[in-house]
Design a protein around this ligand. Sequence first.
Ligand code: ZN
Ligand code: ZN
Ligand code: ZN
Length: 362
Amino acid sequence: METFDYAARMSRAVAAAEAAGLDGLLVSPGPDLTWLTGYQPPAETERLTLLILTRSHAPVLIVPALEALSAVGPVPLLEWRDGSDPYALAAGLLAADGQYGVSDSTWALHLLGLMGARPGTGYRGLSDALPMLRAVKDPVEVSLLSAAGAAADEAYSAIRSVPFAGRRELDIAASLAQLLRDFGHSTVDFTIVASGPNGADPHHAAGTRIISSGDAVVLDFGGLMGGYGSDTTRTVVVDSPSPRLREVHEVVRQAQEAAFAAVRPGVSCQEIDRVARRVITSAGYGERFIHRTGHGIGVTTHEPPYLVEGEERLLVPGMCFSIEPGVYLPGQFGVRIEDIVTVTPSGGRRLNNTDRGLAVVH
Ligand code: ZN
Ligand code: ZN
Ligand code: ZN
């Protein structure tokens, strides 16, 4: 795995916290901790693990003594043993009336423990206080996302030659997961295989429905490779499409293309959503596009920035996010097309590059 400049990330985080009016950041096991330190605890547990980043002190990682051996990394450890009070330990490092950002994945148990040990302190969720902390990727991160995207593309190319008709969604999902691993993914986060009417449910979990000739099948899959995410969707048809499916697929393809073409620095996130929605609405399917156009991706597969109405932040080179418009017709089928896109100084660059046409499978 790549090594990153964690010290630089932590000092950037402290500066961003200060600019947001916070005295520091409290980071629990989860994507923020991984991004800031590289440390991934064996499991999130009832024992407190907490990175404390403040202006006044050097970074420190509070860890249960029994996990100290695995917690090697760029941050000095402050160990606590079972039977002692980790919240009092943490509270001793907080200012009496300090305001702190807390990572979203912090258990309520732990936050309540801190609040009890240090009344008078205030807390804000990290994605609320610093939504853009991880949003702008450096070149190494973009290349890792690019490699994960290329691997997902290979999985898509390969899945098109497996038999679909007569098999369950679950069987295709298992093949997709295996292909993602074969092409280098360490974890598979999701393999949506939504056939026929199931395609009208954007997050349908692959099930026992038997796929048959004429079905549209939404394939949306991804996971982590080298610590960074992939997430791509293509909609295929078994044997031959109905005229309606052909029409809807073309509308979604044009919406995806238009949104991609609109990507450039200085354009707002919501504008990308509006561009995609305009195409679908003018084709008469606006009511059937029932989710935002996209989400950021990095050490997780869903994170800021969100391409959604109301998100006025501007695109910046290095941002990486999905563009995934869809149309969902209850009782009939769904169509979604999704690529990860990165913002460059001159426009968007796709990290998924397989054909976006309606592919025929058998
Ligand atoms: Zn989704
Ligand atoms: Zn997806
Ligand atoms: Zn997505």
